[in-house]
Write a protein that binds this ligand. Structure first.
Ligand code: E4P
Length: 217
């Protein structure tokens, strides 16, 4: 499963990228606003750090305006994936932009039918939001499984980009189901390394290191 980082914070992206685990980046208007930076400027910087797809979201609502914004965003770098919302206009924009050869990430997906439409219009990525469904007592992971099954039935090439990931367990659950990509905040990705038994085990080893004065370098 590919790991995308869901942030516009340059230092976090650099830290994780140096570890070789960043396959791409996703941003949205809220993350750009949080960074306090100009969208074109910060997106360009992210594209210069990461080789994989960098999702930059349009802010227009009509198809024509989304297409114009998408074309401008795509000029930033070759690895831009234009992010459009899963509305009827967003689907129209996706169709035009993919036919022009741009990568398109269709975002704010909350149902299997929406994901089916995104695949039909040739989206590169579909972004189902797990956490926001879970917040409503619905089952975000079930949606990922339904889309996986549906896409496999017909061989759709649209990649399932599991989004709105809130916990380390979401990451392993997505991998077990077969999501192509999972995008998560840096803190969630780091949390994947944690285990209470690892901490406890290391504590025991360190006591014995001190007792026996073990040195390597
Ligand atoms: C993904 O592309 C979205 O930017 C993101 O995952 C949304 O997550 P949230 O529901 O935690 O805001």
């Amino acid at each position: 499963m590919k790991f995308f980082v869901d942030t516009a914070e340059i230092n976090d992206i650099k830290e994780l990228n140096a570890l070789g685990i960043v396959d791409g980046v996703t941003t949205n208007p809220s993350l750009i606003a949080k960074s306090g930076r100009d969208i074109l400027e910060v997106t360009k910087e992210i594209c210069s750090i990461v080789d994989g797809p960098v999702s930059a979201e349009v802010v227009a609502l009509s198809a024509d305006d989304m297409i114009a914004e998408g074309r401008k965003l795509a000029k930033i770098a070759d690895n831009i994936a234009v992010k459009v919302p899963l509305t009827w206009d967003g689907l129209k924009a996706c169709n035009v932009l993919t036919n022009e050869g741009h990568m398109v990430n269709v975002t704010l997906c909350f149902s299997a039918n929406q994901a089916l439409l995104a695949a039909k219009v040739g989206a590169t990525f579909i972004s189902p939001f797990i956490g926001r469904l879970d917040d409503l007592n619905l089952d975000g992971m079930e949606l990922i499984a339904d889309i996986r099954n549906m896409y496999d039935n017909y061989g759709y090439e649209t990649q399932i980009l599991a989004a709105s990931i809130r916990s380390a367990n979401h990451m392993s659950d997505c991998a077990a189901i077969g999501a192509d990509v999972a995008t998560a905040p840096p803190a969630v990705i780091k949390k994947m390394a944690d285990h209470v038994l690892t901490e406890k085990g290391l504590e025991g080893f360190m006591k014995d290191v001190a007792k026996a004065n073990i040195k390597i370098v």
